[in-house]
Design a protein. Structure first.
Lengths: 114, 113
């Protein structure tokens, strides 16, 4: 099993550009989420999905869009990149059964907005 | 806002010693989880303890949970250099859309030879 795959691993954007961070999992997990990690702030939830066609906002959703057309894929779109979005982005998934299972994380996308 | 706060922020020990990290949180939880992150890598799930459990073991890891004090501790026994990493606690709160996982700011553990 590949687990959770994120692409690209590194990206540099200019302010105002848009891009999509890809996330795919092959474990048939229904729950998927996006986090950003900034120094000294831990991980903060951006958006999450409890299944195909269902998404919801997390703690810091502004400037990001998501969609979930399949169980496997959960892309994160930056609409108009800003320097404040410079961060490391992690996608995570888990099985159903909220009280039992931990999350599987991807290896991250390091994004720099200049 | 952060739900969990780890203490200490940084910890340096010698190989073979035990490492203890603490986590405090603010609201009622469904479960609490601990993750490890090696430098430049993603997070790896270590252990999950439910709100009705008090202690859990997994290999060299021992986790305790005190819901009355809203705190948890992670003990790594007989530490190894390979245990050098950041450790995060994460609290799961049930919502209408499943459960949301909220992370603390982490403890950086360094195990020296």
């Amino acid at each position: 099993n590949a687990g959770v795959t994120q692409t690209p691993k590194f990206q540099v954007l200019k302010t105002g550009q848009s891009m999509t961070l890809q996330c795919a999992q092959d474990m048939n997990h229904e729950y998927m989420s996006w986090y950003r990690q900034d120094p000294g702030m831990g991980l903060r939830l951006i958006h999450y999905s409890v299944g195909a066609g269902i998404t919801d906002q997390g703690e810091v959703p502004n400037g990001y869009n998501v969609s979930r057309s399949t169980t496997e894929d959960f892309p994160l779109r930056l609409l108009s990149a800003a320097p404040s979005q410079t961060s490391v982005y992690f996608c995570a998934s888990r099985r159903t059964g909220a009280t039992r299972y931990g999350y599987t994380f991807g290896s991250g996308t390091r994004l720099t907005v200049v | 806002s952060q739900q969990g706060e780890e203490d200490p922020q940084a910890l340096s020990i010698q190989e073979g010693e035990n490492a203890t990290m603490n986590c405090s949180y603010k609201t009622s939880i469904n479960n609490l989880q601990w993750y490890r992150q090696n430098s430049g890598r993603g997070l790896v799930h270590l252990i999950l303890i439910r709100s009705n459990e008090r202690e859990k073991h997994s290999g060299r890891l021992r986790v305790t949970l005190d819901t009355s004090k809203k705190s948890s501790s992670l003990l790594i026994t007989a530490s190894r250099a390979a245990d050098t990493a950041s450790y995060f606690c994460a609290t799961a709160i049930l919502t209408g859309g499943g459960n949301k996982l909220t992370f603390g700011t982490g403890t950086q553990l360094k195990v020296e030879l």
